[in-house]
Design a protein around this ligand. Structure first.
Ligand code: ATP
Length: 657
């Protein structure tokens, strides 16, 4: 799905900070040269004593006591004389004011004696006596003082730049002073790229109606306010991952023709204290300037999670400040007329109650996993760009994918196209879609996994156990196929077509548990020993049994009691809402349910030991068997209707494989 053209929030032209560094550098160089005023040429005492001093060409000599060095200032008329001397040394005419030469001396050098000896042949009046000074290079000293803080500041600037660059990937931030600015992206009617429209969102009819109404509130507010109604401030899209919440919001952006700010809840969070709250303020400021407009906050649970009750222990002050600011902005003294907040989350149950109350998010729009008809629509949207074989029944694909979200379906279509391309086909066929679905449910086939013949037998009997029990129990989910080819992390798998039920009865749960335990029961009956292969089955069954007893009140001894906390916020602030005695009863009931299911599975399998054996042997031989094979071995299934309805039990088995 291509994104609408992103237009960052307009920002002022920025001053390039590298210019500052350049200017500082140039300044330093200029200071250095202006201070030193050019370089004197090095020479030695022998040269000086025999030429310059002996000939009376030196006007002044300065002994720099703390540097063991003597500097010589030549008389003006002597300058040219010593211009081009041996060793190529050249006096810079710019430094006529001197010193022109210097030479190094040792610490015990007797300058008085040496100077008077060297000038012995000159008249008394022309002789010079050296001056003494101590010279400190204040610039270098200052520099060495400043070096450390300068390095620190440069390092800090560098860090801040990279932090704010990372943090400010989108929108209006950049540079450290913009760290508190919101990072919302702005989409508006001028965005040129292909927009997502409601046509790209399949199904979700109720959600679309609600959300379109919100767009209408912004466009025609009088229609609603004339009758005394108030425009809602916000709507929360709630639903499992991949069901199209973000897509729906993008479609609003595409259709609303009002400015649309989009950001993710985690964009508020930064390593600096107070940034989150400041970004919330900035977001609302920008939004008010652009009103009427929509602000969309994806994954709002990142900031909207319920605030801690134990203030002293809270380690999430920054997040809570951000949330407080959000609450204030949504319902503060300031008016937000013309700004509607849309937010999306997978976990409405963990959001702070204050956020959910009417007046902030007045509406909750449920975006659920798609039903059969909706899956059909979603398939149609995602098959638009794919070359499918003529006669491919899209409805069949929709029936094959119960429990799939819109994102899963998009993935199936894409995977199927890739699988077909790998086989060098010109169109994508039904089998490619089935392979893609298998791959998404169970992971990649791993034929290379090394499995000993004995292990293979155990796996075959395990899977045959699942298959046989689920085939023979009336309420278990209808089985589609069984395989002992390792896939993903499992060594074998049985594919069921779960019915899309809204409610589940005790019988259905018990039958499903028996089918899940059929694998281990078969191992025990056949080999008289059990293996670790049943781990995930046992985990599933245990959780199911606990849910039956503790949540659904489905056991005899704890009938009609539910310890479920739908708020997810441990409203009952004590650890367990039941006594130790009840906990024991709960454990006993769970054990009784699981034992019962296991015994039933064993009973079914020993009653049909021959069938089990045949299914397992066929599985060992073919590695993958279908519902037709099971029907041939075990007879027609009692609850046949659903498989027939879905078109899996047909006279000609080649249609499926
Ligand atoms: P999450 O809560 O994990 O962020 P989400 O609900 O926001 O998930 P989206 O990002 O909207 O999910 O959906 C992911 C992808 O799934 C979309 O880009 C789209 O390709 C596909 N999709 C989901 N629902 C639909 C739908 N109803 N119609 C068409 N495509 C859909």
């Amino acid at each position: 799905m291509s994104e609408p053209n992103r237009r960052p929030v307009p920002q002022k032209s920025r001053f390039n900070p590298y210019l500052i560094y350049l200017m500082i550098g140039i300044g330093l160089i200029i200071m250095w040269f202006s201070y030193s005023g050019g370089e004197p040429v090095q020479t030695d005492w022998k040269d000086v004593s025999t030429t310059m001093l002996a000939k009376g060409d030196v006007e002044r000599a300065v002994v720099i006591t703390n540097q063991n060095k003597v500097e010589l200032y030549l008389k003006k008329d002597a300058l040219t004389k010593y211009g081009n001397r041996e060793k190529g040394a050249k006096i810079n005419p710019n430094i006529a004011q001197g010193p022109q030469y210097y030479f190094n001396i040792s610490s015990n050098w007797d300058d008085q004696k040496m100077f008077s000896e060297a000038q012995a042949n000159l008249p008394e009046a022309e002789r010079i006596i050296p001056d003494y000074i101590e010279r400190n290079n204040y610039f270098l000293q200052a520099l060495s003082w400043l070096a450390f803080p300068i390095i620190l500041i440069v390092f800090w600037l560098f860090m801040m730049r990279s932090v704010s660059r990372n943090a400010g990937g989108g929108g209006g931030s950049g540079g450290i002073f913009n760290v508190g600015k919101s990072k919302a992206q702005l989409f508006d009617k001028d965005s040129a790229a292909k927009k997502v429209t409601f046509n790209d969102v399949a199904g979700l009819e109720e959600a679309k109606v609600e959300i379109m109404e919100i767009v209408d509130f912004l466009k025609n507010p009088q229609k609603y306010t004339n009758l005394g109604g108030k425009i809602p401030k916000g709507a929360l899209l709630v639903g499992p991952p991949g069901t199209g919440k973000t897509l729906l919001a993008k479609a609003v952006a595409g259709e609303a023709n009002v400015p649309f700010f989009s950001m993710s809840g985690s964009d508020f969070v930064e390593m600096f204290v107070g940034v989150g709250a400041s970004r919330v303020r900035d977001l609302f400021k920008q939004a008010k300037e652009k009103a009427p407009c929509i602000v969309f906050i994806d994954e709002i649970d990142a900031v909207g999670r319920a605030r801690g009750k134990n203030v002293g222990w809270s380690s999430n002050d920054e997040r809570e400040n951000t949330l407080n600011q959000l609450l204030t902005e949504m319902d503060g003294f300031g008016t937000n007329s013309g700004v509607i907040i849309l937010a999306a989350t997978n976990r409405a149950d963990i959001l702070d109650k204050a956020l959910l109350r009417a007046g902030r998010f007045d509406r909750q729009i449920q975006v659920d996993l798609p039903e059969l008809s909706e899956r059909l629509e979603i398939f149609k949207v995602h098959l638009r760009g794919i070359k499918i074989a003529s006669g491919l029944e899209i409805e069949f694909l929709a029936k094959q994918t119960p429990g799939f979200s819109g994102a899963d379906i998009a993935n199936v279509c894409n995977e199927a196209a890739l699988i077909a391309a790998r086989k060098n086909k010109t169109v994508v066929e039904r089998q490619d879609f089935l392979d893609a679905i298998d791959r998404i449910i169970a992971g990649l086939e791993k034929k290379s996994k090394i499995i000993s013949p004995e292990e293979k037998r155990t796996i075959a009997y395990h899977e045959a156990g699942h298959a046989t029990v689920s085939w023979l129990l009336e309420h278990a989910n209808p089985l589609l196929k069984v395989t002992i080819i390792p896939r993903g992390r499992s060594l074998g798998a049985a594919w069921y077509l779960p019915e899309e039920r809204q409610i589940t009865t005790t019988e259905q749960m018990l039958d499903e548990m028996a089918a899940t335990l059929g694998g281990r029961a078969s191992e025990e009956l056949t080999f008289n020993k059990i293996s670790t292969g049943a781990l995930s089955d046992l985990e599933k069954v245990t959780k199911q049994a606990y849910a039956m007893v503790a949540y659904f009140g489905m056991s005899d001894k704890l009938a009609n009691l539910s310890y479920y906390d739908s708020s997810g916020q441990s409203e009952m602030s004590f650890g367990k809402p039941y006594s130790e005695k009840t906990a024991e009863v709960l454990d006993q009931e769970v054990k009784a349910i699981i034992d019962g299911a296991y015994e039933r599975a064993k009973q079914v399998l020993s009653d049909h030991a021959d069938g089990l054996h045949q299914v397992a042997e066929l599985l060992l031989e073919k590695e993958i068997i279908f519902s037709e094979d099971l029907e041939r071995i075990l007879g027609r299934r009692v609850a046949q209707s659903r498989l027939e309805e879905l078109g899996f039990v047909k006279k000609d088995p080649t249609q499926v494989s």
